[in-house]
Write a protein that binds this ligand. Structure first.
Ligand code: EPZ
Length: 424
């Protein structure tokens, strides 16, 4: 695929409404659950994004049948024996989340091989939690130079697994592995994200026996097998939050349709503290920053239901437009503030205290420049910065953005954004 860029011209307050798609991080685990089920599973409300396409590629290479019922619905089926239990390394290395497939493969077929997932710009991203959990469930782990082979020829048994740090995909992967284990598994210090709850609730409709999802203690009573079922991907709270911050940073007014405001308490509180008006009903949120004077506020990222690390970058752009000094503490990933060096080149006044802490001084005028998108969420932050800035921004490496935000330029043009896709 040839490299592309976005050409963004800023300075306009965005107005209108945007429909929120299914959650990237919710879709990936529901698709992975197809490996566990004896019969077909149907997943609907899938976002049309690169990471979903990559996971479907991986599933097909494992021998999972993938039928597209419609643009946003797939029907997945696993034969009793897979074509392979090895994740294709070329694809798996492109998408860290491919690791969620390891739990279902190990549970259903007794083994899985997968490449070192590798770190990325936001952090080293180790997998010790996954390996510790697999061993606790009775599997052996063979570490090779560039891959792992995990085996449990006699099946998995229940265990009490403590997470030394809260891990979203660690919780999801080990939860899926435990579904077919013999006996009871207790996950202690489990992640509480809505995507974890949605996965557990769906698996229960297929015959799993999971309780405690949404708390730090999740219990899984192993069963012999689970049937198929139908899942609908929940709204993408990170996409909704990104667009809410876009409205605020451009002093605009956006209504986000088909979202779940109950997944966005931390963001709503932050926006209102800054001085932005937020109105919600059951499935929509309106963010109105027109004629608002924005006040600096400090930000600490935290596991759900705290402020999501995936909204840190878009929120820092907003903070550059607020009056005063904001302290930002990124507690989850050690590399997730690196992107601000490029934001400073656009005119932001930011003091970097350490890899986890910065001070943002505002308000400052941002000026368009040529920038490269380092990852999905910082890429979205640079779209927001470009739309809030004076002048023109050329944003490269936008494959990263296409990984997480569907047809983003078309959707943003609907609310007044001046953004074009071009060959880099
Ligand atoms: C999930 O990643 C999300 N991805 C990330 O979203 C999100 O940023 C992250 O959770 C935190 O909310 C998906 O759900 C597909 P973690 P995950 O394991 O599960 C450390 C996006 O842009 N850790 O919760 O990979 C890790 O280094 C992506 O949509 C270990 O130490 O993150 C980090 O410091 C980016 N050992 C902390 O835990 C392990 O074995 C939390 O990471 C695993 C993780």
């Amino acid at each position: 695929m040839h490299a592309q860029k976005f050409i963004i011209r800023g300075g306009k307050a965005l107005q209108g409404s945007l429909r929120i798609n299914g959650a990237k991080n919710g879709a990936l685990t529901l698709l992975a659950a197809s490996v566990l089920a004896r019969r077909h599973i149907t997943v609907s409300n899938l976002p049309q994004i690169e990471d979903v396409f990559r996971i479907l590629d991986l599933l097909e290479k494992l021998g999972v049948s993938v039928e597209r019922d419609s643009e946003r619905t797939v029907r997945l089926g696993v034969s009793t024996s897979p074509v392979s239990t090895s994740l294709d390394p070329e694809i798996a290395k492109c998408i860290r989340a491919s690791i969620v497939l390891t739990g279902p493969l190990l549970a259903r077929f007794g083994e899985v091989s997968f490449p070192h997932p590798g770190g990325c710009v936001i952090g080293e991203r180790p997998i010790d939690i996954f390996l510790h959990g697999f061993r606790a469930l009775g599997a052996t782990v063979e570490e090779r130079s560039d891959s792992y082979r995990v085996r449990a020829p006699k099946g998995l048994h229940g265990a009490r697994i403590f997470f030394r740090v809260v891990s979203v995909t660690g919780t999801e992967t080990l939860l899926m592995a435990a579904v077919l284990a013999q006996g009871t598994t207790l996950l202690v210090n489990a992640a509480m994200e809505p995507e974890v709850v949605a996965l557990a609730d769906f698996l229960n409709t297929c015959g799993a026996r999971i309780t405690g999802q949404g708390t730090s203690y999740v219990t899984i009573e192993g069963v012999k097998a689970i049937d198929g079922g139908a899942a609908t991907v929940i709204p993408d709270r990170i996409e909704a939050g990104s667009f809410a911050l876009l409205a605020a940073a451009t002093h605009g007014r956006l209504t986000l349709e088909q979202c779940d405001p109950t997944h966005l308490d931390a963001l709503s509180a932050m926006l209102q503290d800054v001085g932005v008006r937020v109105q919600t009903d059951r499935i929509s949120m309106t963010v109105d920053a027109s004629h608002c004077s924005l006040v600096a506020r400090s930000l600490i990222t935290h596991e759900y239901p705290g402020f999501p690390t995936d909204l840190q970058a878009p929120c820092v752009v907003l903070l550059t437009q607020t009056d005063g000094e904001s302290r930002v503490h990124e507690t989850i990933f050690e590399g997730r503030l690196n992107w601000v060096n490029e934001l400073v080149r656009m005119g932001a006044r930011i003091t970097i205290a350490d890899p986890h802490r910065i001070l943002v001084h505002g308000p400052t005028t941002l000026r368009g420049r040529s920038i490269e998108s380092p990852d999905i969420r910082a890429g979205m932050a640079f779209i927001i910065a470009g739309l809030a800035a004076e002048g023109e921004t050329n944003l490269d490496n936008i494959y990263q953005i296409d990984r997480g935000y569907e047809h983003i330029e078309y959707r943003l043009r609907e609310v007044g954004a001046d953004i074009q896709r071009a060959d880099a």
